[in-house]
Design a protein around this ligand. Sequence first.
Ligand code: SF4
Ligand code: SF4
Length: 325
Amino acid sequence: MSVEKLEKLMAFLNTVPQKKIRVNWHGGEPLLAGKEFFKHIVRLEKLYPDKIWCNAVQTNATLVDDEWAEFFSENNFHIGVSIDGNERVHNIDRIDASGRGTYKKVMRGVEILRRHGIFPGLICTVTKKTVKYAEEIFNGLVDAGFKGISFNAFYNTASESNEDVYGLTENEWFTFLKEIFLLWFNLDDETIRVRELDAILAWTAGTSANECSFRGTCSQWFAVDYTGDIYACERFGRRFHFGNLEFLETYQNLISSQNSLDFKKEIKILPSKCKTCNFLSLCYNGCCSHRRADEEGILVYTYCESRLKLYDYIQRTLEKGENDE
Ligand code: SF4
Ligand code: SF4
């Protein structure tokens, strides 16, 4: 993104009515934008002191050096790294241009961050190739010192088809999470948090996770690419285009644009199974970009059954644990 576009973006964000503005900077690899670019972000945010700016960066950490870490620490950036398990499992899918696994480079960046007092969370992407290694993945991440773990099921949002051969199936995702739950439960260490388990544990307490994919708050997020084009969440790819910073200029213009209104309407359409589901107010038909057409042609959350089965499994395990005491 050019400096000029970045300046337009920050002026645009200043028109969002909320005081707290959360910005997730990600790419590709966002650190490729360079240190000067990030320093300029902070300079621009200072021009709008009425806002509380919360910056997050999702990085593979391979470019992190002391200067980056110092900058992130001084400016309170929240850092998430992408790492897919222990060295062996991570290197199955994550290789560099010369075909070498990147685990060591990623962990080198993580260690630099930790030396500067930053303890990054992580996103672990689970693919068809790695889904069978739940134990190795979980133990590898815990042994590497991570406390906040999030799992993403690989899902090809670009696929229009219900037959996505690369995406995890309901059963693969459920089996994986069930194993992760048992490992976490038996570890008995409450300092380790797993986002997907916390979400279902929240259900067992009658509340929902503070996540857009459980709260029906998808339309509160939008993505801006390097050209200034504005889309719905980046998980949709380019499916929902709302316009460009050049023409929309203010947040009010964005939310009153026809494309944005159509999008909001579309994501609120509920399939019949959700209308009668006890968890509707805690789930809202899941992540809007992870939906496939049901037999009536209405979009339903792809991992609906996994959520329900995991809830059932966790609930029964907790009850059993309590009865055993
Ligand atoms: S597409 Fe999914 S992850 Fe993105 S904002 Fe919507 S619910 Fe959240
Ligand atoms: S997606 Fe499934 S779990 Fe969620 S509200 Fe709909 S039926 Fe219930």
